[in-house]
Design a binder for this molecule. Structure first.
Ligand code: ADE
Ligand code: ZN
Length: 336
């Protein structure tokens, strides 16, 4: 955490949309570089749009702002800016989602976005001390066949991805429509994650587990509506990548003080803390940890458990997981 005194809590960030790290200043810089006229006169006017009523109201702005990403250099600059900030936040491993389908739909070839992001990730450990994996996320509010065609291209071009995800507007777009997409991914040896139970009902979480056979659930906070499901998630140690500031800003919970993370931790759920779309939701992973700690008086042991969960739920190879766990243990020891 960027909290005095002492170093940031080392952790893995498992739920991060790289396009959600586009800060307003970079949006203006890229717009100028690409000769794009933004529909906002200045930073202040753009920032005044960051009041969301639900997931869709955020997605509208998120997709609109993507328009400034045109070249490999644009994707690379956005990725580098995130890694610099994440390293300062204590992130030592990130599994970053990118939305290639969204870029293709607006005419940006797959290679432009994938090469731009992956080119920076290739040297992120040396440059920033952050190991990385890339996850291609697909849009659940678009036809499944479209996602399947994009995944086929990614597989054929040997895109450097560790897995696939499912994002965008959740309600009315259940996991059951994407069984074939996830079968293709598994057959190609890819890991599988999916947003479920962010705004959508708890049975979407069950569908993601039973039909898509996901390795972890992004969000999943709505599991608390079904105690049988909670028992199962605990028993099977299914990781849930929780994004507290995102849940507040998208009104899944009214205030941070009402966030169920402490209950989830106490219940034995495998929860981690993540920033989702930090440029839009008021903070990076360190801000999430700091606000959680201040709101709930989380103990050093609880913070360390959250960091250990993030490492154990990651797709990092065992040797890297061991290094990351050692970092958490040193941090814990330094806290006294
Ligand atoms: N795409 C980017 N951020 C998202 C979120 N929080 N939920 C669903 N889709 C997203
Ligand atoms: Zn997300």
């Amino acid at each position: 955490m960027s909290t005095a005194p002492g170093p940031a809590l080392p952790c893995a960030e498992l739920h991060l949309h790289i396009e959600g790290t586009l800060e307003p200043e970079l949006i203006f810089e890229l717009a100028a570089r690409n000769g794009i006229q933004l529909p906002y006169a200045n930073l202040q006017e753009l920032r005044s749009r960051y009041e969301f009523t639900d997931l869709q109201s955020f997605l509208d702005l998120y997709y609109a702002n993507m328009e400034v990403l045109r070249t490999e250099a644009d994707f690379a600059d956005m990725t580098r800016a995130y890694l610099r900030r994440a390293a300062a936040a204590g992130v030592r491993h990130v599994e970053m989602m990118v939305d290639p389908q969204a870029h293709l739909l607006r005419g940006i070839p797959l290679q432009v976005c994938m090469n731009g992001v992956a080119g920076v990730l290739a040297t992120s450990l040396e440059e920033f001390g952050v190991s990385t994996e890339l996850i291609a996320a697909f849009l659940r509010d678009r036809p499944a066949a479209e996602a399947e065609a994009v995944l086929a291209q990614l597989i054929a071009s040997r895109a450097p991805i560790v897995g696939i995800g499912l994002d965008s507007a959740e309600v009315g777009n259940p996991p059951e429509g994407f069984v074939e997409l996830y079968r293709m991914a598994r057959d190609a040896g890819l890991k599988c994650v999916a947003h479920a139970g962010e705004e959508g009902p708890s049975h979407y979480i069950e569908q993601a587990l039973d039909l898509l056979l996901v390795d972890r659930i992004d969000h999943g906070i709505r599991c608390l509506d079904d105690s049988v499901l909670v028992d199962r998630l605990v028993r099977e140690r299914i990781p849930l990548t929780i994004c507290p500031l995102s849940n507040v800003r998208l009104r899944s919970v009214d205030t941070l003080a009402e966030h169920p993370l402490p209950q989830m931790l106490a219940r034995g759920l495998n929860v981690s803390v993540n920033s989702d779309d930090p440029a839009y939701f008021g903070g990076y992973v360190d801000d999430n940890f700091r606000l959680l700690r201040d709101t709930f008086a989380l103990s050093t042991d609880q913070l360390a458990t959250l960091a250990v969960n993030s490492v154990e739920a990651s797709f990092a190879p065992p040797a890297r997981q061991a290094e990351l766990l050692e970092m958490v243990s040193s941090w814990r020891a330094a806290q006294g």
